[in-house]
Every structure is written in C-alpha cells, then in structure tokens.
Design a protein around this ligand. Structure first.
Ligand code: SAH
Length: 256
C-alpha cells in the first residue's frame, strides 16, 4: 500500500479530514448572505467525506457539487447524504481542484474548507474565480497566522510544510487583488481542531497501526500526525484556520 492509500485508510472513517465544525459552516453561510433556494448551485472543493457539503445542502436547500480527488471520501459522503436525507441535493465528482470541469459563471458559490492549501490560497482563488457568477460567493478556510510575530519553532515547521501561511490582512489583500470583496472573516475556535479533528484522529492511530502491522510507513504517518498535534496544542494562540468569505466583484479590474 502506498503512502496515499495509507493516508486514505487513516482518514476515510473520520467525521472530517481537517479542522472545522458544523456551527462554523453555518456561521460562514450566514455571513455570505446567501438565501435559501433550491436554485442555488454550489461547489464544495476538496470536500473530503463532506461535512460542509451536508450543511450547505441542508441549510440552503442548495444543489451541491462535491469535488475531491479521493473517491473513497466521496463514497462516504454519498452514504452520509443518503442517511441524512439530502442525497437528491448532492452529486459527487472525482476531480482535481486544479482541473475542474465547471463552466464559466456556472456557480452561485464556491466553498472549500481546509483544502485550498493543496493549490495555494492565491492559486486556488485565481483558478476558481471564473466559475462564479458575478457577485458570487467564495468561502474558504485557510491556515493563518493569528499574530504578527511567532515562535521560531512554529515558524520553521510551517516554513517547511506550507510556507504560504500568512496573517489575515495579507490573505484579505490577496482576495482584493484577485477581484473579490471580503465580506466576512473569523477564526475557527480550538474545538474545531481538537474535538472535531485531532481527538478522533488520535483514537484511530492504534487500529491503523495494527491493520498495517506496524509497518515503517504507517509509523511515520502516525509520528507526523502526532507532531502536528503537539505543535498545535503548544502554539494554538499563534496559528489557526481563518475562514474567509468574499463576493466576486461585478466588474473585472484591469489586472484580471
Ligand atoms: N473539506 C474536508 C476535507 C479537508 S482535507 C473537511 O473539512 O473535512 C483536504 C481534502 O482535499 C482531502 O479530502 C483531500 O482528498 C482533498 N484534496 C487534496 N488534493 C486535492 C486535489 N488536487 N483536488 C481535489 N481534492 C484534493
């Protein structure tokens, strides 16, 4: 089993594959100003097993196209959509976020929780902008520095793992530069990381290691996850997920 398959195996039975929470998805929906309508068409990009997809379908009565590169996660989402009675609102698509098959100006909103880092914040926003109708909504969560200065150990770790972490004002400036008008920002509270993501993940480590007979590859994966968790617990005042909600500007600037 290669590393990707091991990671899929570790994460596929999780309630979610990254930090977040139902309450926070609902808050982002409120801030977006989107009004409940079965006419709404929303893409949820890097949806994983679809925690935000289910909330969007339920809260907005929207048609949600849930995109992920891992079919196993999408199968879990399809099961959950059936169980929760929103199956007729959700379609899944196995696609890469940098090669999406949406038409220009097809969507009322683009959602993406904890996934845009796979392309990079600016790169993802630039690529996805064209799929939105004028005035359409972009809602993404992205790793963000919570303070202007931070401990060296933390800085060094993220410089290696994701050097595009930045302060919120820089992320907001990126949105503006790329033709969006920011309309909301908040930081995911600690429970979105610890209770909703890391604690359930930690509970799966033992079974995961057992399934893979404590192979070196499986042990390295668990070690890396444990490191990330320790670092978050130590430095959670300095780094978190920012949730950015913005509206596509009606008029193309000369830069775009
Ligand atoms: N939104 C979910 C999952 C976040 S984890 C949640 O909040 O729980 C990041 C997700 O991005 C994973 O499901 C992963 O499979 C997906 N992903 C990674 N690279 C991708 C790509 N190139 N295209 C589409 N999805 C991708």
């Amino acid at each position: 089993m290669d590393n990707v398959q091991l990671l899929v195996d570790l994460h596929q039975d999780a309630p979610r594959q990254g930090p977040g929470g139902e309450e926070q998805t609902r808050l982002a929906i409120t801030l977006s100003g989107l009004k409940r309508s079965s006419e709404l068409k929303i893409a949820d990009i890097g949806c994983g097993s679809g925690p935000s997809t289910l909330v969007l379908a339920d809260a907005l009565d929207a048609h949600v196209i849930a995109v992920d590169i891992i079919p196993e996660f999408l199968d879990k989402l399809a099961d959950a959509a059936s169980r929760t009675g929103v199956a007729d609102h959700v379609v899944t698509r196995t696609e890469s976020m940098d090669e999406l098959s949406f038409a220009e100006e097809e969507l009322d909103a683009v959602w993406s929780e904890g996934a845009i880092y796979n392309m990079g914040f600016a790169e993802g926003i630039e690529a996805w902008r064209k799929y939105l109708k004028p005035g359409g909504i972009l809602a993404v969560s992205e790793l963000t520095w919570l303070t202007d200065e931070r401990p060296e150990e933390l800085q060094a770790y993220w410089d290696k793992e994701y050097p595009k972490v930045d302060i919120a004002s820089a992320k907001l400036a990126t949105l503006e530069r790329l033709g969006f008008s920011p309309i909301g920002y908040f930081v995911l509270p600690e429970n979105c990381w610890l209770d909703n993501y890391y604690r359930p993940l930690q509970k799966r480590f033992a079974g995961f290691l057992e399934r893979h007979k404590k192979s070196d590859a499986a042990r390295v994966i668990v070690k890396n996850e444990e490191n990330e968790i320790l670092l978050y617990e130590k430095y959670k005042d300095f780094v978190g997920y920012g949730y950015y909600i913005a509206r596509k500007e009606q008029f193309l600037g000369s830069r775009l």
